[in-house]
Design a protein around this ligand. Structure first.
Ligand SMILES: *Cc1c(COP(=O)(O)O)cnc(C)c1O
Length: 454
């Protein structure tokens, strides 16, 4: 009997998160103050985040306990299933074995609640009354709205105005879980009013929405701010994904040669791959971990390793990361969640040390792969997840050409059921292959006057 679906019981939800920093040969460089450019300590983050999360941001401990209250909420959808993609393997006529971890079974449809839930929990424990955040495509805003509702905290989401109008049902999801959603720029903040004075019809941007959410948190002692990717504690929380997958692969009697995940800021990639990288670092295993990014926002494959701001305005600490420059504006392709100029600090250091790999795919190639996947495996991947599918196709093809069987595991980190507009545009032929010139990248990088890491 072919076993297609590998399931775990509630008791097999991990009890600890895995902190890869403990095993990294070169530790991440410190963040710098945006003004003085001197290293800053964790206390600089105190106005924005609860202490428990700041401690997790810098902890050297290898394993961090998952609170029982958080595991109880995880039980609503975790452990998530691991699938063997028999139909897809057959269709691709490849000797490769293909597995995928499916995070689309969460309430909001992606991996993001894995960190939204502990973030809301620690805020609640420290008496925070309200959490603010920004959202672009709406995946993060809906995950945080769900999590805040579970712990009785108010949630305020600044949603990029153009997405607010293009993706009305994401907004209604957030409202259903009790969150207030505002089309950013708003007239509720200094930052928003300033933009509206210059351009009353501004479509908004993630950079503006971040400024608004941060300002609200910084100016109200009962309010904190929350981020859904990039930061160390976010990557830490996502490691439940890979720890479960490791046990599931063992149950299937298999072990991946290659682990693949789409890459925006690094959270779902870290979540799946770090527990497998642990085996490379601890036991000398040689599992290839590949991050899949869009060719229109290729910070890992064409950016540089440099200190840069996390936001467009230049308010955040300077972080050592692969970046295209904080002024880089990606073309409006549909994988909203991958349109970020930089990469998380840990993942950047791992790439610099050649411990992980990266690949870029153009926007037609990924939808082609996504549609093919849906036809054989049923699930319609989120536009972000189709990037990983495209990398899987490439590696499966290589196996076929070389006549070798390798085991491939990838992160199907969300479904695309709220992203039908993107698929509609693809079917209508209105998506064009987007070429990003070297001149455009160099022009953006030339604007950086931030320190170069030694
Ligand atoms: C947010 C998001 C991403 C990109 O963010 P990462 O932090 O890189 O994971 C990718 N896929 C989905 C479905 C998302 O919601």
């Amino acid at each position: 009997m072919k076993q297609r679906k590998i399931l775990l019981t509630e008791n097999e939800i991990p009890e600890k998160w895995y902190n890869i920093i403990a095993d990294m040969p070169n530790k991440p460089l410190p963040p710098l103050h945006p003004g003085t450019k001197e290293p800053i300590g964790p206390e600089a983050l105190a106005p924005l985040f609860p202490m428990a999360l700041i401690e997790q941001e810098v902890t050297p401990e290898k394993w961090v306990d998952i609170p029982e209250e958080v595991r109880d909420v995880y039980k609503m959808w975790r452990p998530t299933p691991l699938y063997r993609a028999y139909n897809l393997e057959k269709a691709l006529d490849t000797p490769a074995k293909i597995y995928y971890k499916y995070e689309g079974v969460s309430p909001s449809g992606s991996h993001k609640p894995n960190t939204a839930v502990p973030q809301a929990y620690y805020n609640m424990k420290e008496g925070v009354k309200k959490i603010t955040t920004e959202t672009g495509a709406g995946q993060w805003g809906s995950a945080l709205a769900f999590a805040c509702n579970m712990f009785d905290i108010a949630c305020e989401v600044y949603m990029v105005k153009i997405s607010y109008h293009h993706k009305p049902y994401r907004k209604v999801m957030m409202n259903t879980w009790g969150a207030d959603v505002f089309a950013s720029p708003t007239d509720l903040t200094e930052a928003g009013r300033k933009i509206l004075a210059q351009d009353p019809d501004s479509p908004g941007s993630l950079g503006i929405a971040i400024s608004e959410a941060v300002e609200r948190a910084a100016t109200d002692p009962d309010t904190k701010y929350s981020l859904g990717s990039v930061l160390n504690h976010v990557l830490l929380h996502q490691t439940v994904v890979g720890q479960e997958a490791l046990v599931q692969m063992e149950k299937a009697g298999d072990m991946p040669d290659i682990v693949i995940a789409p890459f925006g800021g690094g959270s779902n990639f870290a979540g799946l791959s770090f527990p497998f990288l642990r085996l490379n670092l601890e036991e000398g295993k040689n599992i290839r971990c590949i991050a899949s990014e869009p060719a229109s926002c290729p910070k890992l494959t064409r950016g540089i390793f440099r200190y840069d701001f996390g936001d467009t305005v230049g308010m955040t600490p300077l972080l050592p990361m692969y970046t295209l420059g904080h002024n880089f504006v990606p073309a409006p392709i549909h994988a909203g969640g991958l349109r970020y100029h930089g990469a998380g600090v840990i993942v950047s250091q791992l790439l610099k040390d050649n411990l992980i790999e990266a690949i870029a795919h153009d926007n037609l190639e990924v939808f082609e792969a996504g549609v093919e996947f849906a036809k054989h495996e049923g699930i319609i991947p989120a536009p972000e997840a189709t990037h990983a599918v495209a990398t899987v196709f490439k590696e499966a093809q290589k196996c076929k050409e070389e006549g070798v069987s390798r085991t491939i595991l990838f992160n199907l980190c969300g479904h695309g059921n709220f992203d039908m507009k993107a698929y509609e545009d693809y079917f209508a032929g209105s998506l064009v292959r987007h070429e990003l010139t070297q001149d455009a990248i160099e022009a953006s990088l030339a604007e950086l006057d931030t320190p170069i890491p030694q």
